[in-house]
Structure formats: structure tokens, C-alpha cells
Design a binder for this molecule. Structure first.
Ligand SMILES: *Cc1c(COP(=O)(O)O)cnc(C)c1O
Length: 379
């Protein structure tokens, strides 16, 4: 039997290979490898897709977070609230600028930032009085938008900036609105190959409806350029998206809506096949949300998770643990974060979670095989 892939970029490439080759060969002809016409075309398409007024493409999802925090002047003495359970970069970027990440606990079933824990964390920072509460970075984890109806009013009450980390959720919706345009001051996404919309290298984008912020970001993207690139008016980075990566994303956008539909159908099938297994908790969506299912993650009893993962791998079913440690337990944050807000749920989830093979081309046969192996492992 064919090897089961965890994520399947080959089937996708087979569908769009001709379009990718045509677009790359056009770039080889025009030769504008940096900020070529494909970059502007992509930004326009992404604005149309999300409904956001401005898109600033950039070199990675991490740079998208970093550049936005730089544009806001985030730095030493600032507290930035991040979920305790997310990819490292969400908290790494504020810390890189000298700000202090404050970890917020998550909801046990959606894995998203818990608004009540956020409220407590803000109150604690204010009471302690050492740091200035400055920004919140809610994460659209595993493809599902965060709970913005509850987070945005808190941000408003406490005058905090909001940056949606939509690295895993481009294409998702909340109340009919697109991820990257859900009411935050800015949103960051990633086009790392394994993300729902991925290129063939590193890439990312920032979205905002604030024209002034968009202009500052465009400057930061090219070393803080002013009227021309040798008239630098601020510090920036080399944060551009390659023309070739923009072309690949344009080709992938042609089939992206169909891939989202396939992801949602595959998730439904996973839910159906796993529902009868008593010891498994299925991933939950908030009402009025759609997910692009960057990952399909289940919860197992902590005492059995590693055994089940080994059992699946033995039978040729790849699986991964996202994330094996909550951020507050990482050595990198030992001296860089303030752990004034306990995050017990994030710790429990990190001991119970398991990501199963998932992509738009997942067959019902693979889902059935995965389900029957899980049943056998838990017998
Ligand atoms: C992938 C990811 C990032 C970083 O994106 P890169 O393109 O890899 O730099 C940031 N936040 C989250 C939640 C991610 O999953």
C-alpha cells in the first residue's frame, strides 16, 4: 500500500503544475525577482479574498508579526498578551523586540485563547504595575479563528492593540467574515509550505484597514525606506516576499476555495469515524466559525497519548504532537516572560493532544484506517 503522508503537497502540485510552470517561466523572462509584478498582483488578490483594504506581503509569518510590532513601536517595558499554547514565533517576536510576553490560558476544547484568562492576565499586569499592557496577539489555532467577540471588547476597554496571528487560518471565517479581517488592528499570516495556503519556500503577509499603518509597514519591509530606498526614515528589515513565491501563491489561489471545501469535508469524515471511540475527544469549533483545518487534533487520556502515537506510527500512520510544551515551560522564555498568569489547561492539552494525518486530498479509506488503528490502540 502507498505510504500515508501527514500532509500531501504532491497531489496538490499535480493539479496546478502547468500553471506554476507557466508563471515561473514568465518570471524567468521578465527577470524582476524582487518586488516583481506578481507581488502586487498577489497582494490585490489577497485583499479581495479577505476583504481587507491593505495587504503587505512579506518574507514569512514571523516577519509579519515582527514588522507589525515594530510599526507599533513595541519594545522594553511593554506587556504583550499571547496564548500559552501556540507556535513559538507568536511570543518570540515580541520578546525579540524586548517586550515581555504574558501567557494566557486556552479553552480545553477549541484550544483558543480563553477570554477569562486574558482578563485576569491584564488585571495582574495592571496591579503589578511594572509593565505597560500594550497588545494582544490572539491566535487562530489549527485553522480556527479566535473568539474575537469577547477579546476585542477587552482590548478596547484596556486600550490594547490587537494583532491576529492567522498563520494557520488563512481562508477561515468567523460570522461570515474572513480570517485576517476580523476586527483586529492588523493580522499576520504565513505561507510556509505546510500552512493551508503555502508557497514553495517562506512567505507571509500582513493585513490591515489602516492606511497609515500599511504605509509604515511597506517602509519597514524595505529597511525603513522613505521617499526612495536610500532615504531611510526609520529602522526596518529586509522583509520582502520573493516574486517567484508570489507566483506560486497565485497558482495555488486558483484551487484554494476547492481545497478549503475538501478540508472541511475531510474534517467532517474524521469526526464521524472517530465519534464512537469513547476515550477520544474531538476538536470543537465555536458556533459561527469555519476552520481551514491546518491540523486535525484529537485529545487522548494523557497516560495513553504516547502509546497511541507509537502504535499509529508502527502501522504507517504518521502523527505529530503540536505542541509538546506550552510556551511557559520553554527554556527560551525562562527569563524573558512574566509567568504571573497560570495556564493549567495549556499544560494538560500539551500532554493529551495528537495531530492526525490531514490535508485536502485525504481519502475516506485513510480516515477509516486511522480510526480502526485508534480503536485497536485504545482497546
Ligand atoms: C507558522 C506560524 C508562525 C510563523 O510563520 P513562519 O512563516 O513559519 O515564520 C507564526 N504563528 C503561528 C501560530 C504559526 O503557526
Amino acid at each position: 500500500m502507498k505510504e500515508i503522508p501527514f500532509t500531501d503537497l504532491k497531489s496538490q502540485q499535480a493539479r496546478i503544475r502547468a500553471s506554476i510552470e507557466k508563471r515561473i517561466s514568465e518570471i524567468l523572462d521578465h527577470g524582476v525577482y524582487i518586488m516583481g509584478p506578481e507581488v502586487a498582483e498577489l497582494e490585490k488578490s489577497l485583499c479581495k479574498f479577505t476583504g481587507a483594504s491593505h495587504c503587505i506581503s512579506c518574507a514569512s509569518g514571523s516577519d509579519a508579526l515582527l514588522m507589525t510590532l515594530m510599526a507599533w513601536g513595541i519594545g522594553p517595558g511593554d506587556a504583550v498578551f499571547v496564548p500559552d499554547f501556540t507556535f513559538f514565533a507568536t511570543a518570540e517576536m515580541p520578546a525579540l523586540l524586548g517586550a515581555t510576553p504574558i501567557f494566557v490560558d486556552i479553552d480545553p476544547r477549541t484550544f483558543l485563547m480563553a477570554p477569562d484568562s486574558l482578563e485576569k492576565a491584564i488585571a495582574k499586569v495592571k496591579t503589578t504595575g511594572i509593565l505597560r499592557p500594550k497588545a494582544i496577539i490572539p491566535v487562530d489555532l489549527f485553522g480556527q479563528p479566535a473568539n474575537y467577540e469577547l477579546i476585542l471588547p477587552l482590548a478596547q476597554n484596556h486600550r490594547l492593540l490587537t494583532l491576529e496571528d492567522a498563520a494557520q487560518a488563512f481562508g477561515a471565517t468567523r460570522n461570515g467574515q474572513s480570517a485576517c479581517n476580523l476586527g483586529c488592528a492588523a493580522a499576520a499570516t504565513s505561507f510556509f509550505p505546510a500552512k493551508p495556503l503555502g508557497c514553495y519556500g517562506d512567505g507571509g503577509a500582513i493585513f490591515t484597514n489602516d492606511a497609515e499603518l500599511a504605509a509604515r509597514l511597506a517602509s519597514i519591509r524595505v529597511h525603513g525606506k522613505g521617499a526612495d530606498k536610500y532615504d531611510n526614515v526609520r529602522l526596518g528589515i529586509n522583509g520582502r516576499l520573493d516574486t517567484i513565491q508570489a507566483a506560486i501563491l497565485l497558482a495555488k489561489l486558483e484551487i484554494f476555495e476547492d481545497e478549503i471545501k475538501r478540508r472541511q469535508e475531510a474534517a467532517q469524515l474524521c469526526n464521524q469515524h472517530l465519534a464512537s471511540i469513547a476515550e477520544i475527544e474531538l476538536p470543537l469549533l465555536l458556533p459561527n466559525s469555519t476552520s481551514v483545518w491546518a491540523q486535525y487534533c484529537i485529545l487522548l487520556p494523557a497516560s495513553k497519548r504516547d502509546m497511541v502515537a507509537a502504535f499509529l506510527r508502527d502501522r504507517g500512520i504518521p502523527c505529530h504532537i503540536y505542541y509538546p510544551k506550552p510556551l511557559h515551560m520553554l527554556q527560551a522564555f525562562a527569563d524573558r516572560a512574566q509567568k504571573i498568569n497560570p495556564c493549567p489547561v495549556a499544560t494538560q492539552v500539551s500532554e493529551r493532544i495528537l495531530a492526525l494525518p490531514f490535508h485536502p486530498y485525504l481519502s475516506e479509506q485513510t480516515i477509516e484506517k486511522t480510526a480502526s488503528c485508534l480503536k485497536e490502540a485504545l482497546r
